[in-house]
Design a protein around this ligand. Sequence first.
Ligand code: KG4
Ligand code: ZN
Length: 343
Amino acid sequence: MITDKFNPKNLLAIETSCDETAAAVLRDGRQLMSNVVASQVHIHKEYGGIVPELASRHHLEDIVRVVEKALLDANTDRSAIDAIAVTQGPGLVGSLVVGLSFAKALAMARGIPLTGVNHLHAHLSSVFLCEHPPLFPFVGLVVSGGHTNLYVVNDFLSAELLGQTRDDAAGEAFDKVAKMLELEYPGGPIISQLAEKGDPCAFSYPRAKLPKTPFDFSFSGLKTSVLTSVKKLSGQGPLPVQDICASFQEAVVDVLVEKTLSAAKNYDINRIAVTGGVATNSRLRARMAEETKKLGYKAFFPYPELCTDNAAMVALTGYHQIKAGILAKEDADVYSRLPLLSI
Ligand code: KG4
Ligand code: ZN
């Protein structure tokens, strides 16, 4: 495998960390030529959450056609691809293995460089695919189904972790509250839709401050509090689902906005990027934009389709890694958890 620094012209990226099989082609590190996502949500919906065994089997079924479609949409073929980036972790091991094995095989067969990408790093990079991306440094929030991490992002390849969730991730809290309310999986989109018609002040759910580690998050107390109110209200007529959704969402948004802005003030950085699946939430986007504006700061959000899992963000991170000569070894393995706290 090539080990020198190299500037890829047509980079193919693959993402299979969770329940989306995705591939993208990035030209010259700037131009997104294709971005294909095959979601398995309809399969896992039936079970109220992701079934890892089913996820890996479906990645295996889908990966060839997803990659072929990404090449076709980019009006190119395998012979023109000169580098590959693949999500190496964190995520579901069985799912990650499918993407990494496919990427390794293709890279070896073609004799082209391969780089392994950290999924959270990729989420942070999704903001560079905005029309007007932020300058460095910026405060980056990754808020997804598995993580709620706050970083100072210094450049394309380095980010310092300021804090993370101690229990549930914000997206996980949305998914669990949806389950309590017998709503479908994933919970985020449906809760945010119902919240639009509810009163965010109907229930005063807790906002965990964690004064000793102010940039850490905790959503388990909030989740328990919602469960308590659901139990209390059950049997007393129809549940005020819209009010519960609005009050729960407001509590999550308050915490995310407050902690992110407090980190920005603390580090004297006036640019904030919000990434990950929960960053599609319209209330979070509106509140973050409004509160940053009040302080004279600026909030950056990737396009909604680049907030949820995709391979375009993997391509961008991978491009900078390959340019810097950061390549995967032939015996590279996947990792389910983050090996390093900072990137
Ligand atoms: O980033 P992502 O696609 O996958 C992970 O890396 O986890 O995030 C998925 C998470 C799910 O928990 C889902 O409920 C949440 O993002 N989500 C939302 C919204 N859309 C997706 N949460 C709140 N509001 C939304 N509109
Ligand atoms: Zn993700």
